[in-house]
Design a protein around this ligand. Structure first.
Ligand SMILES: N[C@@H](CCC(=O)N[C@@H](CS)C(=O)NCC(=O)O)C(=O)O
Length: 205
C-alpha cells in the first residue's frame, strides 16, 4: 500500500492518522507541494484534481482523504474507527460533513493568513481573518455544546470524525487564534484528549 502526500498536509495527516490508529503503515511517497509536483502531468494522470493525498492498494487507486480513511477502516484489521450502531454512525457522518462544510474552510483561512503567509514573509489580511474567525467560532460553539454530554464527536468512541478535525485544530492552535479552542471548555478538553493520542503524536510530531 502506498500513500502519496506531504507530511505537513492536513488531508495527508487524516489518512496517516487513520493508518496509525489501525496499527498499519503504508509506503509514503512524497509529493513536494513546494515544487508544485501535485500539478505535474505524471501526478495528474493519477489524481485529475491535482491535490494530495492519493492511495494505491494492490492495483486499486483512489483519492479524497475522508473517503480513503473510510476505505482503510473497512479494509484493515485493528480498532474500528466507524461505529457499528446507527445513531453513532449518523453522528460521525454529520460531524465529518460539518468539518468539511462549516469549519475547515474558515479555519484554514486563519491558518493561511496567520501561519503560512508570515512564514513566507507576507502580511496577514486582517479583514479576511476576522470574518473567518467569526465563522470558525460559530462552528466551535456548536461542537462545544455537543461535547458537553459526550467524550467524542460520534459519542463515546473515538472515530474518523475526530480524526478529520484534528489536523485543522492543530494548525489553529499554532496561531494566536488558538484561543478559539482554549476558551471553549469542552472543545479544550476534547482537543487535549485527542491530540495526546500516540497516533496523532506520530503523525504531527
Ligand atoms: N478534498 C480533498 C482536498 C485535498 C487538498 O486540498 N489537498 C491539499 C493539501 S491538504 C493540496 O493538495 N493542496 C495543493 C494544491 O491545492 O495545489 C481531500 O480531502 O483529499
Amino acid at each position: 500500500m502506498k500513500v502519496h502526500g506531504h507530511p505537513m498536509s492536513t488531508c495527508t495527516r487524516k489518512v496517516l492518522t487513520t493508518l496509525a490508529e489501525k496499527g498499519h503503515e503504508a509506503q509514503f511517497v512524497l509529493v513536494d507541494l513546494m515544487k508544485g509536483e501535485q500539478k505535474s502531468p505524471q501526478y495528474m494522470a493519477k489524481h485529475p484534481f491535482g491535490v494530495i493525498p492519493f492511495l494505491e492498494d494492490d492495483g486499486f487507486t483512489m483519492y479524497e482523504s475522508r473517503a480513503i480513511s473510510r476505505y482503510l477502516d473497512a479494509k484493515l484489521s485493528g480498532p474500528k474507527l466507524v461505529p457499528s450502531d446507527l445513531p453513532s454512525l449518523g453522528r460521525m457522518e454529520q460531524w465529518m460533513s460539518v468539518e468539511q462544510s462549516y469549519f475547515s474552510p474558515h479555519c484554514m483561512t486563519i491558518v493561511m493568513e496567520m501561519f503560512f503567509k508570515p512564514m513566507r514573509g507576507g502580511k496577514p489580511d486582517l479583514d479576511k481573518v476576522s470574518k473567518a474567525r467569526d465563522e470558525t467560532a460559530k462552528a466551535l460553539d456548536v461542537v462545544d455544546r455537543a461535547l458537553m454530554t459526550q467524550g467524542h464527536l460520534a459519542g463515546d468512541i473515538f472515530s474518523l470524525a475526530d480524526i478529520c478535525w484534528m489536523p485543522y485544530l492543530q494548525y489553529l492552535s499554532a496561531t494566536p487564534h488558538g484561543t478559539l479552542i482554549t476558551e471553549r471548555p469542552h472543545v479544550k478538553s476534547w482537543w487535549q484528549r485527542i491530540s495526546t493520542r500516540p497516533s496523532w503524536k506520530k503523525v504531527s510530531g
